[in-house]
Each structure stands twice: as structure tokens, then as C-alpha cells.
Design a protein around this ligand. Sequence first.
Ligand code: B12
Ligand code: SF4
Length: 596
Amino acid sequence: MKIRLIDPAPKDNLLMQTNKDIKSYWFARLSLTTIAALTPPEIEVAITDENVEEIDFNEDVDLVGLTAMTMHAVRAYEIADRFRERHIPVVMGGLHASSLPEEAKQHVDAVVIGEAEGVWKGLLEDFQGGRLQPFYRSSGFCTLKSQPHPRLDLLKKEHYWTVNCVQATRGCPFSCDFCSVAQFFGDTYRYRPVDEVIEEVTQLPSGGYFTFVDDNIMGRPAYAKELFQKLAPLKRIWTSQGSLTMAKDTELLKMAAASGCYALFVGIESLTQDNLAAMNKSINNVSRYEDAIKKIRDHGIMIVGSFIFGFDHDDDAVFERTVRFCEKNKIDLPIFFILTPVPGTRLYKRMDEDGRILHKDWSRYNGSNVVFKPKLISEETLFNGYSWAFQEIYSYTSIAKRILMPPQKRVVPELVSNLAFRRMVMRAPKGRIPIMSRVLGKLNTSIPIKDKKNLVPTFVDATFEKSQQMLKSAGRLLKVKATHNERFRTLFIKLEGSLDLSAAKKLFKRLSSFLNKGQRKIVIDFKGVEYLSPKAANLLVMKNLSRLFKKRNQIEMRNFSQIANGAFTNITNLISCEKDSPLPREIEPRPSQEKL
Ligand code: B12
Ligand code: SF4
């Protein structure tokens, strides 16, 4: 009996890897090499990875086994249909078939749902006995102890950067809404006995790199440390994936580096904490990003930093902001994706229920197409901005900023991998940055306060002593947080901190440049303004603001009367507490307009 296992490759992927790309940075997944290893030795088994070789549809085989991520499903079904035309039975497993088994079943004879370890042998027995079942569902999750080593010998190693792949753990201790791993592995995180992993690594051909295809190699620090300690004497160089949480543990990083960790794919995902919270990825703390990235890089570990565009709080500014962040923090190899709600994930369920899924053409669920309705920006802006960001980050200027200025420790390999990525991203259609991006970039910087002594607290707690204390703690900045909703052509601005006359004027200046771009509505929320100068209040209500906005635009000032009244009450209280108040008296008529 002969089985042909096939890893499909869609033909119209935007960032389709060429053979040269595959040779530069690509390795095969362990899916089919694992199935091959689980196959009893008396059965002949072979693998075709369509990414690197053609499928022989005329081959004389008894059974075909297909794997597929979601983006490969359409191609996998085509392949299945062709073999089945010749009455060759087809079995399919992997993430997509496990998420949508009924769909897969329309094209194949049997679907394996979940891990193959517990069901593959039984399936083969059923097949040989002529009683193949339509569905095989693995019950629970297999032990990773004493599993056979993947059959790497069945891959055509000359086509890949490396075929040396090992898996030490399965699953991830975290559970992000957009990630298939958490769902597929049922929020489990399992690991193999360290000695078995070490034995497998020892058996890999010597020299060159190897990859741990784990989703989070340092998910459990104690396990990772034991692994790294035993790995170090082997003097191998390896890459894998990890979460930023690793930066909390200096010993872990040291041990990883000492064991040969060369590069890690790290899901940084977003520079907006609200996005991370909405995706259940609060393990990433934006305010600690810079330190964490520096710490990992200082240990000599290269960061392949992954960012996703299209989250619900992403507006036109996200693309340029992310590119500049990567440059500033010298992300060695940035990777950008468009948010993709793949079936089986919580994100998919949510978006499907909300009617936000645009289509179910799985071949475009590859992270470089827009398949859902973004909240703040249009589909077009998301796609163009993503392409722009990818092309910008692999422009020669950006590569130089990240790698040559100053020269990084591993200049040569970093340049080589950046140029390989450049080749790939430049094949995509030319991207465009949205016109609002720069305006938002400028709007979103804090404004310094010049006139601190005239600030009045906006929250009422006005015994004279308390007000004096409050005054001392007035901040020196007006923080401006602007978000643009392209769909509603509305700019939302949240103000926080202190607001004096000069800051109010500066804010107007910035807003004028926004208005020149022809927008219609601005909503300014003053709720976070803790200190206000009466002159600023006066300006906001009486003067420029109405002139500036009334003509062409609608402006809504949220919570303004609340903070102005608070300030006014405080001033009144202070005057009644002490006649010779040290506070300057420049009280203007009480502002009362909410909307202009
Ligand atoms: C290594 C890896 C890669 C590598 C290699 C990819 C390649 N050659 O195709 C790289 C880094 C290049 C990569 C790229 C991408 N990847 Co990737 N990748 C992985 C990773 C981390 C490990 C895969 C692996 O080796 N697993 C180990 C094997 C043993 O597990 P397994 O595949 O699940 O197989 C088991 C079962 O599923 C089942 N099974 C699987 N196939 C079959 C077939 C049969 C016949 C049977 C019976 C059983 C069976 O049995 C196996 C043993 O239990 C997985 C995460 C993961 N944990 O799987 C993501 C993952 C598969 N990748 C993912 C994605 C999205 C991508 C990209 C699309 C990202 C992007 N937008 O560019 C690209 C696409 C690349 C492409 N092929 O064109 C997603 C897929 C989500 C989905 N539902 O489709 C995953 C799950 C990551 C995630 N966090 O969500 N990837
Ligand atoms: S940390 Fe990474 S691997 Fe783990 S659940 Fe989140 S996205 Fe998936």
C-alpha cells in the first residue's frame, strides 16, 4: 500500500514565495512529516510539498492525505477532487479541516479532526479493511512522550532554507482571539520530555540552523530553562517563536542566547493597548515594548516582529506609526499582516455573528487580503496602507535605519534576510499611505504647558488647602489622543492632562490642518482634562473655536461644561476661602456651551 501526503500551495497568493524565497528563509511544517512518522513501516509513504514541487496527479497511489491551513483549503479541495476523479480516496486533516469538517467532507472521503496521533493508525486499519469512516475525531490531546520523530528524510531538503525542524511544546499558555493555536489545542500547553527533544536535536544533521516550530517556546519558563540548559552543550543555532513575556525573565533570555537562540518570531501585534485588550492579548503591554525589545536584542536574539493591521482601534495612522516604531526600535525583520478572522477562532465567530465577514473565499484568508469589514477605516485604506507599510519598511532607507545606523551586531545575515523579504514585498502592488496618516501623526503628540501657575483643577474638592495641593500636582502636558473614523469622516480627540492658553492655541493650529483635508465632524472629549486655565476656557468657548469650525464643520465638545464648571467652582471656593488668593484672577464668564 502506498500513501501520498500532500501539502498544497495556492497559486495566487499576493506574497507568493518563489523557489528562491523558499531557499532563503522557508522551512516545511511538521504536519506531514509527523503523519508519515505515525504510519506503520509496512506502508509506503511519500510527501509532496507543492510549495517546492509539482503534484503528480497520475501517480499510482492507494490513498492521498492532505493537510491545509485555511488559506490552502481551496487548493486542497481542488487536489482532492482531481484524485477522487480517478477514484483514489482522499483523507484530510489539519487546522482548517478540523474547524470546518463538514465543508472538508464534501471533497474528501475522511476528515481527521484534531491531532492525528490517536486516530491515524486506526484510520489506516479501517481503510485497509474497507470500512473508512467519514470522520475521525481525536479524543482529547495526545501525550507528547515517546512520539516518533518526524520523517524529515521525506522532504527534498535542497529546496528549503532548512528542513531541520523539531517541536518541543504544543499549544500556548495564552489564548488570543485571532489565533488558531489556542482554539485547536483547546488552551492546552503540553511539552515533551526535555531529554527526548535533546535526543532528536542530536540526530539532526550537524551544522546549520534548526527551528523549533513551537508556538511559544518560552511559554513555561521552567521547562524552557531546562531545555536551554541541556541544549547549550550541543552548540547548535536555532530559531523559534516566543511572546514578549520572555523579556521579564533575564535569566531565561541569557540561557536562550547561550543555547544558540538566534532569532525569534515575536507577536507584537499592535501599538494600541485597546486593540490588545479587545483580542485577549493583554500579555503585551505597549508601555513596556521598547524595553522588552531592547532587552531581547541586547541578548543577541534577532527579533522577527509581527504586527497586525485592521484591529478595531486602528485608524489611518496605524501604518506609518508602526513603520516608525520598527525603525526606532531596530526590529530586525518586521512582518506585517492584515487581520484575518480564520474559522475556528473566537474572532471569526464574533465577526461572523456581527455580519462583518466580507466573503468566505478561503484562498484569500492569508493575511495579505482584507476579508472583513474594518471598523474605523475602509477595506481599501487597510489594504493600501498594509502594502505601503510593508514596502516602506523594506525600502533601502528603512533597512539602513534599522540595520546600518549604527551597524547592528549581525549586519550581514540581517541584510541578507531583509533583502530576501524586500524581494518578496516589492512584488505586491504599490501601496499608498492614507492622506490622514501624517495629520494624525502630528495631532497625536503631547503639547507642553507653559502657564502652569494659572491652571485650576477641574475636579471639585476645593478646600483651600486641598486646591493648593492639587495645583502643585498639575501636569506639564496636554496629551492629545486623536482617532479618525474614515467611515464616518469624524475625528475623535481625547484630551488629557492640563490645558492652558498656549496649548489650546496649538491644538487649534493642528486642527486647522486637519480641517484643510475637508473633514466634516470633530468630537473633542475634555473629560480627561484635569487642570484648565480660565484663559484657555475663554478661548475655547468665545473665540477661535466657533470661528474656526462653524463654517464648514460640525464640532461637538464633550464634557467641556463639566470640567469648566469644576474649574469655575474651584476658583469661587478659593476666593471665598482666602481673599488674597495666590491664584491669578482672570475669571471669564462661565462657559456653558456643549455644542457649537
Ligand atoms: C511552522 C509554521 C509556519 C512556517 C512554515 C509554513 C509552511 N511550510 O507551510 C512559516 C513560518 C513559514 C509559516 C507561515 C505561515 N503560517 Co504558519 N505556522 C507554523 C506553525 C507554528 C507550526 C506548524 C507545525 O509544524 N505544526 C506541527 C504539526 C505536527 O502540527 P499540525 O500541523 O497541527 O498537525 C497535526 C494536526 O493538525 C493533524 N494534521 C495536520 N495535517 C494533517 C493531515 C492529515 C492527512 C492528517 C490525518 C492529520 C493532519 O495531525 C498533526 C499531528 O497531530 C503553526 C502553528 C501550529 N501549532 O501548528 C502555524 C500556523 C499553521 N500558521 C498559520 C498561518 C496563518 C501562516 C501564514 C498564513 C501566515 C501569513 N499570514 O503569512 C503563513 C502561510 C505560509 C504558507 N504555507 O504559505 C496559522 C494557520 C491558521 C489557519 N487556521 O489557517 C497557524 C496555526 C499559526 C497560528 N498562530 O494561527 N507557518
Ligand atoms: S501568544 Fe501567540 S501563539 Fe499564543 S495564543 Fe497568542 S497569538 Fe497564539
